[in-house]
Design a protein around this ligand. Structure first.
Ligand SMILES: C[S@@+](CC[C@H](N)C(=O)[O-])C[C@H]1O[C@@H](n2cnc3c(N)ncnc32)[C@H](O)[C@@H]1O
Length: 253
């Protein structure tokens, strides 16, 4: 695979600078999830689209798991290694710069996860089918996914939630129904709330403003300015109340 082709838009990377969790989840919610899914020391976790590695690194520290993360953002793979060293878990977690689409582990794992990136399987169904190829029988699957908390009132609302159409996301009962139809029991879930949305979204406004102050003449500055002009209103008008998000723990029936 041509690794030079594996890159994320610079604008996205600027916006998320400094965040350890790249979803509407706080470190506390990540810790709640780690405790809720009853990990055992030595459990092997595959994390597709691992971001800056916070889940694997903190769970290696707190639960003694071992893990392998895969992500397309080269700099975030580097930051994952920095975080692993910082938490003294570099002997338990590894990170690979790669495309997670179609990625299957060489050896089956105890936990297979994709937290907030189900586009790698063209949606929830395809991602479940991808992860199960890496999962040992009886293992646990983790899927992080948005859902509508109520019907979006307009196309503007849909786009403010970073969707193209209403059908890009399901409802919470719709997701639970889908997991069942795919042959899985939903055995745990930890959901985002308005405050954890703010920790994700509002933290980005500060980052954008700092970046703009430091880089006024950068070619991306007009686009970053547009983002900062519109995102606080979009978030408070729509996303904060309309869009749910959660991690769902699944076991095959
Ligand atoms: C919303 S973030 C979630 C990151 C991480 N799971 C977390 O919760 O902090 C989505 C991640 O998917 C990665 N990504 C997007 N497309 C990818 C692909 N095709 N293969 C691997 N990683 C990808 C991005 O680089 C980013 O780290």
């Amino acid at each position: 695979m041509d690794k030079k082709a594996l890159a994320l838009p610079r604008h996205f990377l600027i916006r998320e600078t400094g965040q350890r969790v790249h979803n509407p989840y706080t470190p506390e919610k990540l810790a709640t999830l780690g405790a809720a899914i009853r990990l055992n020391p030595g459990d092997r976790i595959l994390d597709l689209c691992s971001g800056t590695g916070e889940m694997l690194c903190t769970w290696a520290r707190d639960h003694g798991i071992t893990g392998h993360g895969v992500d397309i953002a080269k700099d975030w793979i580097r930051l994952s290694g920095v975080r692993a060293a910082e938490l003294d878990v570099a002997d338990r977690v590894t990170f690979e710069h790669n495309d997670a689409r179609g990625y299957v582990a060489a050896e089956r794992v105890d936990v297979a996860a994709c937290i907030g990136a189900t586009w790698i399987g063209d949606g929830v169904t395809g991602t479940v089918r991808l992860l199960e190829q890496s999962l040992r029988p009886g293992g646990l699957m983790l899927i992080g996914e948005p859902f509508w908390r109520s019907e979006p009132p307009s196309q503007e609302a849909i786009e403010a939630c970073h969707a193209r159409t209403r059908d890009d996301f399901d409802t919470l009962p719709g997701l639970v129904r889908l997991f069942g139809e795919l042959g899985y029991d939903l055995v745990e879930m930890v959901l985002a709330d308005e405050d954890s949305w703010d920790r994700y979204a509002a933290a980005q406004w500060f980052t954008l403003r700092q970046w703009l102050d430091a880089n006024p003449d950068d070619g991306l500055a007009p686009a970053v300015r547009q983002d900062l002009d519109r995102e606080p209103l979009r978030h408070t008008t729509y996303r904060r109340n309309l869009l749910g998000w959660g991690v769902f723990a699944l076991k095959a029936r």
